[in-house]
Design a protein around this ligand. Structure first.
Ligand code: NDP
Ligand code: RET
Length: 319
């Protein structure tokens, strides 16, 4: 059988883990998944999720996206160095006022989220071009489209990813290669926990009172509620991504969270760029009224979409 080879980065938790096991469990066994992680000592959760696919349609390998030698060693270990579908997923977040973040911390975010992808493609793109076959799937974010308060450097790293891919996509087409950016909104994973915990530990002594207060009493205070209201599961994002890799003509961009699209649509609705900024400003600073009303409205939408999903399922069962 002609299985497609899928290489995924960052599979120790979250979206990468969910994706690796989802693709390996494809009923038609169309894929051989190389699920990679930088620290093989963290492989237990994936081993458990992979179940019987381990050693059959899924293999775990070491790969650190910040280390060129580890990328090369991993790719060299694959049969004929072949990768049909690359899923660049490894990434990290960073929140807080820039006055309180070191340049080194910021560089680590850019090195992981942006240069991690660049390193992977420097290793894999020449082979894909030669074979005139391949799909590059990048787990970007809604923050690759739109910046969000106190996510300055993280959003910059995802904008970098999007600009890079948008530029490359035209050249890729010439070689019959597809590129797809997956753009989730908030997803409930380790990312959320790590970012929140680090955020809570931020030394705010270098920030002025207004900024420190905005970060603590508006952003961090509402952070968990935003994830509860808008957050998707990693399995949900994996299902969206699975659909994209099985399409004949996959789209360049795909947002996974319909509750979030009203926000990203604001960007495209105003070429001056003021509409999303003014709207976010109102949502944040008149948060007692507008922000809570918005979250309640989104909660209602979410409840309704779940309800209609259940009803649809019930209809399917009874027909
Ligand atoms: N959660 C969210 O709200 C959203 C996340 N995303 C994006 O989704 C992707 C996955 O994040 P998510 O699953 O949520 O978060 P997790 O923290 O659960 O997973 C991140 C994964 O990336 C790995 N990783 C970090 N640095 C490296 C590295 N240098 N080399 C290899 N692997 C590395 C982590 O490994 P380790 O365990 O060793 O740290 C982990 O496996 C990221 O690109 C993120 O930006 C996009 C939109 C929303
Ligand atoms: C909804 C919303 C907000 C927060 C959004 C957040 C927190 C999104 C997180 C997205 C993530 C984590 C993406 C990862 O790549 C604001 C700006 C506070 C106020 C305006 C409305």
């Amino acid at each position: 059988m002609n299985q497609k080879v899928v290489l995924i980065t960052g599979c120790s938790s979250g979206i990468g883990l969910a994706l690796a096991s989802r693709i390996a469990k494809d009923e038609k066994k169309r894929f051989m998944v190389y699920a990679t992680m930088r620290n093989l000592g963290k492989g237990e959760a994936l081993v458990e999720a992979a179940g019987r696919t381990l050693g059959r349609t899924l293999e775990i390998k070491q790969l650190d996206v910040c280390d060129e030698a580890s990328i090369k060693a991993c790719v060299d270990s694959l049969p004929e160095r072949r990768v049909d579908i690359l899923i660049s997923n490894a990434g990290m977040g960073l929140i807080g006022p820039i006055e309180c973040q070191s340049i080194d911390e910021m560089k680590t975010v850019m090195d992981t989220n942006f240069f991690g992808l660049v390193r992977l493609l420097k290793e894999l793109l020449p082979d894909m071009k030669r074979r005139k076959k391949g799909h590059i799937v990048v787990i970007s974010s809604v923050m690759g489209i739109q910046g969000i308060l106190f996510n300055d450097v993280y959003a910059a790293s995802k904008f970098a990813v999007e600009g890079f891919c948008e530029s490359l996509a035209v050249q890729a087409l010439r070689f019959n290669l597809n590129i797809s950016l997956i753009e989730p909104g908030p997803v409930i994973t380790e990312f959320e926990r790590k970012v929140y915990e680090e955020g809570m530990k931020t030394d705010l002594s270098k920030a002025d009172k207004v900024t420190a207060d905005m970060f603590t009493n508006i952003y961090l205070k509402n952070y968990n509620q935003i994830f509860e209201t808008l957050g998707q599961t990693a399995d949900d994002v994996a299902e969206h991504t699975f659909k994209i890799i099985t399409m004949d003509n996959p789209p360049f961009r795909h947002q996974t969270n319909t509750l979030y699209t009203p926000m990203t649509t604001l960007k495209y609705a105003d070429p001056n760029g003021d509409l999303p900024i003014d709207t976010f400003y109102k949502m944040v600073f008149e948060h007692d009224k507008v922000f809570n009303a918005s979250l309640n409205f989104l909660k209602l939408l979410r409840w309704r979409s779940r309800k209609s999903f259940t009803l649809d399922k019930d209809k399917e069962k009874s027909s």
